[in-house]
Design a protein around this ligand. Structure first.
Ligand code: TNX
Length: 520
C-alpha cells in the first residue's frame, strides 16, 4: 500500500506550518509592569520566543554577552530552551533578540532603555549596560508569569509588540537588610538581591554591625567577629561574613547592577564591638554580649584616641572591598553619647571615610554635625528637623520614613512578624505617598531617592523576610522609578494584584493583603 505522504513531506509541511504561524494579537498596554514605564505604545501583535530564538549582540560590544547570558539563563528552566548568544556584524538584520549599547541615547541616562518588539525581533537598546539590565526586567515581566518557574512549563512564550521608552525618576532606589539582629547567610542575601533586582532597584544597604552582633570580618580586629559575631537576638547562633564572602555578595550584586552600601553603625549601636574589645569602652571594661532588642544604650568613647584608630582600621579594610562610592556610618539613636561628643565624633569619622576615598552616608541624625555637601543623610523618623538641618548644609536626602517605608513595620495588628512602634503600614500606606511631599520644606531637588529598610529583630528566615518585603517592595521601587501623573493606589493595586502568579512562580512567601485584588 502506498503511503499518501512520505516522512520528509510530513516534516516539510510541519516546518511550513510552524514558520507561517500567525502571531497572536496581544496588547502591550494591558501588560502589568511594575515599575510602570515612562512611555509605552502598543502595536497589537506579538513576538514568539521559541527554541530557535537566539540573542544577538554587536561585534565590538562583546561586554553585552554577560547580560545576554543572564537573560538566556533566566528563561532556560521554564522554557527548556538553550538560547545561544552570538556577536554579529549587523544584529538589527537578525530575527530574534537584539541587545545594543547606543552611545547616542544619552537622554536615557545610566539606567534608561528602549525596547522595540515586533513580530520578528525584540530590540533592547540603552546608553549604558545598567540600562540594558533594567530593560531585561521589563522583558521578564512581559513573559507569562510561569517564566519565573524553576520547572519546565508549557509555552507558547509570546511578548506583546510595541515600544517602551523608560528611565528612572530617581537615581537611588534601594532596600536595606539588617543582618545583625538575625544573621542571614550568603545564599539568603543573594536571594534578597535577586528579588530587589526584579523591580529595578539599584542599591542594597547592608546593616553589618549593631549591639547584637558584628557581621563583617576585620582582619586587624579579629575578636569583632570571633566574639562579637557569635550571637544574635534571643541568643541564637549567628555568624559573620569573611571578607571573601562579603566580596562574593558585592560581586553578585554588581552583576545585577546593584551597589552594596555597607553600614558600620556608630557611635551608638556598638555593644558587639564594646564586648569584643575592652579598650574601646570609656571605663576600659568589656561589655557582655547583648541579645535583647532595646536601642540607645551603647556608645564608643568619642574622647579616646583608640576609638579613631579602630574606626580607621575598620573603614580602611571595608573601603578596600567596597567598589561603591559610599560607606554608611549609621549615627542613629546615639542616646548614650553626649551631644558635643556626638558632633565631634561624626565630624572626625566623616574625615576618616573621605580619607579612604569614600563618601559618607548616615542616618539623618548626623545632621547635628558639620556635614560636607557630598555626604548623604537618610531620613527615617518623624523628627523632620534632622532632614531639614541636613538640607541646610546642602546635603542630599534619601527618603526612608519609618511610617511608610520600613518593611519591618507590621501590616496590621494581626501580623505575626514585625514591630509597630511607627504604627501599621498596610500595602496601600506603603505606596500612597510621594518622596517629594513627605517632609515639608524638602523638595525634589534635595532628594536622591528612596530606601526601604528591613530590620530583623523579629525576622529569622528568608520566608520571614519575604513575607514583610512582599508585596510592599514593588511599590517602593515604583515610587522612585515612575513619574506618571496619574499615579494612584486605585490603579496600582490592579497591577499589583496581577503579580500574584508571578510571586508564586518565584516562590515568594508574600502577605496576601485583603486590600489587593489578587488575580490568577
Ligand atoms: C529604629 S531606624 C532603628 C533600628 C531598629 C528599627 C526597628 C534606625 C536608624 N534605627 O535600630 O531596628 O528602628 O524598626
Amino acid at each position: 500500500m502506498n503511503r499518501l505522504f512520505n516522512l520528509s513531506q510530513v516534516l516539510l509541511f510541519a516546518v511550513l506550518l510552524f514558520s507561517c504561524k500567525t502571531p497572536t494579537p496581544k496588547d502591550l498596554s494591558k501588560e502589568n509592569l511594575i515599575p510602570k514605564p515612562a512611555s509605552l505604545v502598543a502595536t497589537g501583535s506579538s513576538f514568539e520566543w521559541t527554541e530557535k530564538t537566539n540573542i544577538y549582540v554587536s561585534v565590538g560590544q562583546e561586554e553585552l554577552k554577560a547580560i545576554a547570558k543572564y537573560l538566556a539563563d533566566f528563561i532556560a528552566p521554564a522554557t527548556g530552551f538553550n538560547t545561544e548568544v552570538n556577536a554579529v556584524k549587523n544584529p538589527n538584520s537578525k530575527k530574534g533578540i537584539v541587545l545594543l549599547l547606543n552611545r547616542e541615547l544619552t537622554a536615557l541616562g545610566d539606567e534608561g532603555y528602549q525596547l522595540n518588539i515586533t513580530e520578528k525581533r525584540v530590540v533592547l537598546e540603552a546608553y549604558q549596560l545598567a540600562g540594558l539590565f533594567r530593560g531585561l526586567q521589563t522583558i521578564r515581566q512581559l513573559f507569562p508569569a510561569r517564566i519565573e518557574s524553576k520547572d519546565l512549563q508549557a509555552g507558547p512564550w509570546e511578548l506583546a509588540s510595541g515600544t517602551i521608552e523608560d528611565k528612572p525618576e530617581y537615581g537611588y532606589r534601594g532596600a536595606m537588610l539588617d543582618v545583625v539582629r538575625h544573621f542571614f547567610d550568603v545564599a539568603d542575601v543573594k536571594r534578597f538581591i535577586d528579588l530587589i533586582a526584579a523591580y529595578k532597584m539599584n542599591v542594597l544597604h547592608l546593616h553589618l554591625t549593631d549591639d547584637q552582633g558584628w557581621r563583617i570580618e576585620i582582619k586587624a580586629w579579629p575578636n569583632l567577629t570571633k566574639h562579637g559575631g557569635s550571637t544574635q537576638v534571643d541568643g541564637g547562633k549567628a555568624g559573620f561574613y569573611t571578607q571573601a564572602e562579603y566580596s562574593e555578595i558585592v560581586k553578585y550584586a554588581l552583576e545585577r547592577y546593584i551597589t552594596v552600601i555597607p553600614e558600620i553603625d556608630m557611635p551608638g549601636h556598638t555593644n558587639a564591638a564594646l564586648a569584643s574589645y575592652a579598650e574601646l569602652n570609656a571605663d576600659g571594661k568589656a561589655r557582655d554580649l547583648y541579645t535583647g532588642t532595646d536601642v540607645g544604650f551603647s556608645t564608643l568613647d568619642a574622647n579616646k584616641e583608640i576609638t579613631y584608630k579602630f574606626i580607621d582600621d575598620v573603614i580602611g579594610e571595608l573601603a578596600a572591598i567596597t567598589p561603591g562610592e559610599y560607606i554608611h556610618i549609621g549615627g542613629d539613636e546615639s542616646n548614650a553619647t553626649k551631644r558635643k561628643d556626638y558632633i565631634s565624633f561624626v565630624n572626625r569619622v566623616q574625615d576618616i571615610v573621605n580619607a579612604h576615598g569614600k563618601k559618607m552616608m548616615g542616618w539623618a541624625d548626623i545632621s547635628a554635625a558639620n556635614l560636607k555637601d557630598n555626604t548623604i543623610a537618610q531620613f527615617w523618623h518623624t523628627r523632620t528637623k534632622t532632614a531639614l538641618d541636613a538640607v541646610k548644609q546642602n546635603v542630599k536626602i534619601i527618603m526612608s520614613p519609618a511610617k511608610r517605608a520600613y518593611m519591618d513595620i507590621q501590616y496590621d495588628s494581626l501580623c505575626h512578624l514585625g514591630l509597630h512602634w511607627a504604627g501599621y503600614t498596610e500595602v496601600d500606606d506603603a505606596y500612597d505617598w510621594t518622596l517629594e511631599s513627605n517632609v515639608k520644606g524638602i523638595s525634589k531637588k534635595d532628594i536622591i531617592g528612596i530606601e526601604a529598610p528591613l530590620w530583623t529583630e523579629t525576622v529569622e528566615t528568608i520566608d520571614d523576610i519575604e513575607y514583610l518585603v512582599f508585596p510592599r517592595l514593588p511599590g517602593y521601587a515604583e515610587l522612585a522609578w515612575s513619574n506618571h501623573p496619574d499615579k494612584s493606589w486605585v490603579e496600582y493595586k490592579i497591577r499589583l494584584g496581577k503579580q500574584k502568579s508571578r510571586f508564586e512562580h518565584m516562590g515568594i512567601n508574600y502577605y496576601p493583603s485583603a486590600l489587593v485584588p489578587w488575580e490568577d
